[in-house]
Write a new protein. Structure first.
Length: 179
């Protein structure tokens, strides 16, 4: 049996889970999320917990069992506490500015980059070189943080670029110039 899939998902106070056929809706203080799941996985709510069961033992259903358990758990955590990802901008003259739902990034290119922040995601600036991407959908928070990082990934010689706060950039030694 799937080790991840068999673990029950505890439902914290203020969060409600509604199961309608193959759709699971999770509503909490921060918002509401819904997801379609495979018809081979059944979702049961009992004793303030959500339990997932599968209808077979083949490899595909076993992998779905753990996947959907974790996706539903992320939905429950997202609507109760939310998710965030911190980014750090390194480099001389590199900075970020926020105006409404538009993030303007100066990353050493000839023109500044205008990044439109999608609905459901909030971006906060802690000074000109630190930004925090947060929201209730873990998948979307990670995707947006990855897109911002992808505008100028950190380079290994001077470490300039956009990196995650907990990311370690392995530095390389430059040319030595020995004659």
């Amino acid at each position: 049996m799937s080790r991840v899939g068999k673990a029950p998902i505890p439902i914290p106070g203020g969060v409600s889970v509604a199961i309608e056929g193959t759709t699971v809706r999770v509503k909490g203080p921060k918002g509401e999320l819904s997801r379609e799941i495979s018809p081979r996985i059944s979702v049961i709510e009992k004793d303030n917990e959500v339990v997932l069961e599968r209808d077979g033992e083949d490899k595909q259903v076993k992998s779905y069992h753990g996947l959907y358990r974790q996706l539903i758990n992320n939905m429950v955590v997202g609507v109760s506490t939310g998710f965030s990802r911190s980014l750090v901008i390194n480099g001389v003259g590199y900075r970020a500015e926020l105006a409404g739902k538009t993030l303007t990034l100066n990353l050493g290119y000839s023109n500044p980059i205008e990044f439109a922040v999608p609905e459901g995601i909030s971006v906060e600036l802690d000074g000109p070189t630190k930004l925090k991407v947060s929201g209730i959908d873990r998948e979307l928070v990670g995707k947006i943080a990855s897109e911002i990082r992808g505008l100028r990934p950190p380079e290994p010689y001077k470490g300039k670029g956009v990196r995650y706060e907990d990311e370690y950039v392995r530095r390389k030694v430059g040319k030595s110039g020995i004659k």
